[in-house]
Design a protein around this ligand. Structure first.
Ligand SMILES: Cc1ncc(COP(=O)(O)O)c(C=O)c1O
Length: 379
């Protein structure tokens, strides 16, 4: 961190990294696809990982009360949300927690409600379970992206009991309001449904973030939160997350999940996660400053270089959902001619989104600009 800002190294340095972001495509491609940031990680987390390694402390995972204790403080201070620490259960990652919850409580052939456009992982998780997505697309009035409450009610009334919510929403960048979530909770309770709320992007909300489980009795009676430090502190490779209830009845549903979820969590990941919630706030705040500049930089640079692209500045996270319908290049052409890798819109909900692309701005302003300049040159 310099001057209270996080910095991303140059492309030549980044290309030496070993993650999927830097290995999936040839060297001449700028990868702006997978949700991973390019900044250096927080110092207290790096120190914890080094300490565990030098002290040969890399065995199987035992109890880790530090995760619940640190998240309890973080959630209270940051969002005014009082969790019940005993209802927190460790999980390998968010994907595993969702899959194990659904495997335990649904049967193949049943359906889970989602709102497209939505994070492609949701499709893969459901496919693994032979569970079908039931799409109730977000309503896009003026690029706002709102819940279709009538559509959700129809789905609940038809007997589909589980809604996999993404909040903040990947890729549209909405952080849903207390009013929206409270209305959703009342609806879910009316139909005895469950809202699985994937809140992995929550700490990176620019304004107010409202946790589903903090939305009163209906939310407590219907909600499950699944989250991790992995997205906000950039620790995806460390494999640690958790699943959390707010009421005894939902906690009983979580207790039915396989114990293996705990054992398959990484010891380094679990302690890095505790470190993130306990001592990672200065880094998080610095990262939010940089990302806030980046989300605006992207708007300025799109206006300058690619004015036909429509972009609504996200309320959370570092993913931009770009409408490229008037650009004159498809996702495939952007990749082939400009050598810039986005997540093509169809991965987030099929052909309806073929004119959209997801762009990761969790990097330096120079790399953002270079990616856009490459596309401009390819026009
Ligand atoms: C909304 C959302 N949920 C889950 C994940 C993946 O989380 P994990 O690696 O913990 O399974 C991502 C990754 O980008 C995501 O955007």
């Amino acid at each position: 961190m310099s001057d209270n800002k996080v910095v991303a190294p140059e492309l030549s340095v980044l290309r030496g990294r070993h993650s999927s972001k830097w290995r999936r495509f040839p060297e001449d491609v700028i990868p702006m696809h997978v949700a991973e940031m390019d900044f250096q990680i927080a110092e207290p987390i790096a120190a914890r990982i080094i300490k565990m390694t030098t002290e040969n402390d890399l065995g199987y995972l035992g109890p880790v009360p530090e995760v619940a204790a640190s998240f309890e403080k973080f959630a209270k201070t940051r969002w005014g949300w009082q969790i019940e620490p005993s209802y927190l259960h460790l999980a390998t990652d968010v994907g595993v927690a969702v899959v194990e919850f659904l495997r335990t409580h649904l049967k193949p052939g049943e359906k889970v409600i989602i709102n497209t456009p939505v994070y492609s992982g949701f499709y893969h998780w459901l496919e693994e379970l032979e569970i079908e997505p039931l799409d109730v697309p977000l309503i896009t009035g003026n690029h706002e992206y709102l819940f279709d409450f009538d559509g959700l009610e129809r789905a609940f009334a038809a007997g589909h009991r589980i809604f996999l919510l993404c909040n903040p929403h990947n890729p549209v960048g909405r952080a849903f309001s207390r009013e929206e979530l409270t209305r959703l909770a009342a609806l879910a309770r009316k139909y005895d449904a469950i809202v699985l709320s994937d809140e992995i992007h929550a700490p990176l909300t620019y304004g107010e973030f409202v946790p589903y489980l903090a939305c009163g009795e209906d939310a407590a009676a219907t909600g499950v939160c699944i989250t991790s430090s992995s997205k906000s502190w950039n620790l995806a490779g460390l494999k640690a997350a958790f699943i959390l209830a707010q009421s005894p009845s939902i906690d009983e549903m979580l207790k039915a999940l396989p114990e293996g979820m705990h054992w398959r969590t990484s010891i380094v990941g679990a302690f890095a996660m505790a470190e993130a919630f306990e001592n990672g706030t200065p880094w998080l705040d610095a990262t939010l400053v940089t990302l806030d500049e980046n989300r605006r930089h992207l708007a300025t640079e799109l206006e300058r270089l690619l004015p036909s692209v429509k972009y609504h500045i996200p309320e959370a996270g570092y993913l931009a959902w770009l409408d490229i319908s008037e650009l004159g290049l498809t996702n495939e052409e952007i990749f082939a001619k400009a050598k810039v890798a986005f997540v093509p819109g169809p991965e987030m909900g099929g052909d309806a989104y073929k004119n959209f692309a997801r762009f990761n701005f969790g990097t330096s302003k120079e790399i953002i600009t270079e990616a856009l300049e490459r596309i401009q040159r390819a026009l």
